[in-house]
Write a protein that binds this ligand. Structure first.
Ligand SMILES: O=c1ccn([C@H]2C[C@H](O)[C@@H](COP(=O)(O)OP(=O)(O)OP(=O)(O)O)O2)c(=O)[nH]1
Ligand SMILES: [Mg+2]
Length: 161
């Protein structure tokens, strides 16, 4: 499958003419901000699929990753259930964000036009997966899920202080 050599532009459509275009707050920012097209209130613990009014045509060989915004995460506990969300290069539908209110007690009010998430475009490999009988040996081998140790104090309920 042909992969574009350089990715300098990404075509987008505004499905809602009043929604702002995907913009970087600063030229060198990794992500462009995505805005809500709806007013909504997220109760503590609630999640909601929020439309952004934006559709994109990402070049083949790239992926769009939808990340939370750190300021909203820190200040009010707003996050994304499936962070980072995956936007496939072939997807032409509206980008939607599955927001979640992680605050234990306070609701979060979202207004139409609020910047709710950020979209990063990254290169991605599209390898063919080839089935084999044996895999090459490594020093890690099959060890995982804490096999290297070092975090017992984080999970030991008897820990004091
Ligand atoms: O946060 C997200 C994640 C995905 N999508 C869109 C773009 C993506 O290309 C498509 C499918 O996403 P994904 O593969 O993560 O979902 P799935 O549950 O596997 O659905 P599908 O069976 O359509 O692949 O949904 C969004 O708009 N927002
Ligand atoms: Mg999928």
């Amino acid at each position: 499958m042909a992969v574009d050599a350089q990715v300098e532009t990404v075509a987008f459509r505004r499905l809602d003419p009043s929604v702002p275009p995907p913009l970087r707050a600063h030229d060198s920012d990794a992500g462009v901000d995505l805005c809500s097209t709806v007013d909504t209130v997220l109760a503590p613990g609630a999640r909601e699929l929020v439309p952004t009014g934006i559709a994109v045509a990402l070049p083949v060989g790239t992926v769009g990753l939808i990340h939370p915004r750190s300021g909203l995460a820190t200040r009010v506990g707003l996050s994304i259930v499936n962070a980072p969300g995956t936007v496939d290069a072939g997807y032409r539908g509206e980008i939607k964000v599955c927001l979640i209110n992680l605050d234990p007690s306070e609701p979060i009010t979202i207004h139409r036009g609020d910047r709710i998430a950020q979209l990063l475009v990254q290169r991605v490999e599209l390898p063919e997966f080839v089935e084999v009988d044996t895999l090459d040996e490594t020093s890690r081998g099959t060890g995982g899920h804490g096999s290297s140790g070092g975090h017992a104090s984080l999970v030991d309920p008897r820990r004091e202080g």
